[in-house]
Design a protein around this ligand. Structure first.
Ligand SMILES: *Cc1c(COP(=O)(O)O)cnc(C)c1O
Length: 219
């Protein structure tokens, strides 16, 4: 299978999982995670019509995407890795969506940069559903207050929640927890599910799935 076959396979599985969950196929967006892959590896996905991509490092994305954007219009880039506040200006300039807002300092830095640059990004709050010490994200217990702070105090356009369940656990309960927290916050968007579990995530209400290796191959 080449990249286009794998991409089409993922699209078919998303459509089937959406139908099985009684949801419209258009209810789930595919974020193709291109981290570690260079521009030459990404071009076939663009040629196949994929426009939404995820990168986990600001500097790596800065090296690849300006050239690709010159070749192809309509690209939507999502930052899915941890963001340091000294990179907030670069991230606001490059990405359309930041999925990893997880603390007050970065929320304030993003609010300031979006105002300064006049750019309205879409944002997700990352939740550390497994309370893993090495993983980024706000704790589930702090999520409702943090989302309220971002929206009310900083007027940030938070549109949903994002999580990365622990690698060695059944992801279902984590997806269910994220969905419950989003409902409590009145947020409609859920970024959850990766190559190994995106069909499960769709069953639990994912509105976007972040799929890397199933499309681009092993890293
Ligand atoms: C790498 C990554 C993905 C994609 O993982 P795959 O298992 O390759 O699909 C999704 N989300 C985040 C946050 C990632 O860092």
């Amino acid at each position: 299978m080449d990249l286009v076959d794998r991409l089409n396979d993922v699209r078919t599985r998303i459509a089937k999982a959406s139908a099985a969950a009684g949801r419209a196929m258009s209810a789930v967006d595919l974020v193709a995670v291109s981290k570690t892959f260079d521009a030459d590896a990404i071009r076939p996905a663009l040629a196949a019509g994929q426009r939404v991509f995820g990168e986990n490092r600001v500097q790596e994305a800065e090296r690849k995407w300006p050239a690709l954007r010159q070749e192809t219009s309509g690209i939507e880039l999502h930052l899915i890795g941890p963001l340091q506040s000294n990179k907030a200006a670069d991230a606001v300039a490059l990405f359309e969506v930041i999925e990893t807002v997880d603390r007050e300092k970065i929320a304030r830095a993003l609010a300031a940069e979006m105002a300064r640059q006049g750019r309205a990004l879409r944002l997700y709050v990352q939740v550390n559903t497994g309370l893993e010490p090495q993983k980024a994200g706000i704790t589930p217990g702090d999520t409702v207050a943090f989302v309220a702070f971002c929206r009310k105090d900083l007027a940030l356009p938070i549109e949903g929640l994002m999580c990365i369940p622990p690698a060695d656990e059944n992801p279902g309960p984590h997806f269910a927890l994220l969905a419950k927290l989003a409902a409590t916050c009145g947020l409609g968007r859920l970024s959850m599910g990766m190559s190994g579990d995106y069909e499960t995530a769709i069953a639990f209400g994912a509105t976007s799935v972040r799929v890397g290796s199933a499309i681009f191959g092993t890293r």
